[in-house]
Design a protein around this ligand. Sequence first.
Ligand code: DC
Length: 217
Amino acid sequence: MIIAIDGPAASGKGTLARRLARHLNLPHLDTGLLYRATARALLDQGHDLFDRAAAISAARGLALTDFDEDSLRGRDMAEAASVVAAIPEVRAALVEIQRDFAHRQGGAVLDGRDIGTVICPDARPKIFVTASVEARATRRALELKGRGEKVDYAAVLDDIRKRDARDSGRAAAPLKVAADAIVLDTTKLDVEAAFEAALAIVETCAGGETLAAQRAG
Ligand code: DC
């Protein structure tokens, strides 16, 4: 079973994907980390964020073991990741890592922007997680505060709007709802309610027996 979870920044898709994976005993890949790590490698090598050739080379040199997740989670890397993610060759360089992960025996949960549309078009179910931009900014501000970052709500809201525009407006694999995705709007849901709703989607898609076997295995 490959579960694809897509959605805009701070929609709660990462938290949902992690919880579903834990619940179902499946490995989980947060594909945003690949773009964040590409941006980090690029900047660490002293290149400009808009240096296309260097960005492509950084993406090609990436391995899943490279990640220091904590250093990739900040506001600066979110913005930088969104810039390098618009380069088609960067995206192409990261396709195989994601597909290899998805096609492990037993299945996987992947979250990102183009999992259901480009990386795993055959994934079932596909869940598109969304929430109002204000709710997402509030959540992201709380998360950043929890990480010890100084937070200005208006700046976070502005960041998210910019990222939405860039991630949805780019030509290469833009953020969009796959034709066969189920949209889950979490604006009015807390983490628990969002998880229950996502699990219900997975259960409907898989059927009770398959899911019980999955959990046992
Ligand atoms: O999910 P995230 O916020 O960690 O993602 C950071 C950026 O990476 C996001 O703004 C766009 C890009 N991204 C992407 O283009 N495709 C993905 N599958 C995941 C992330």
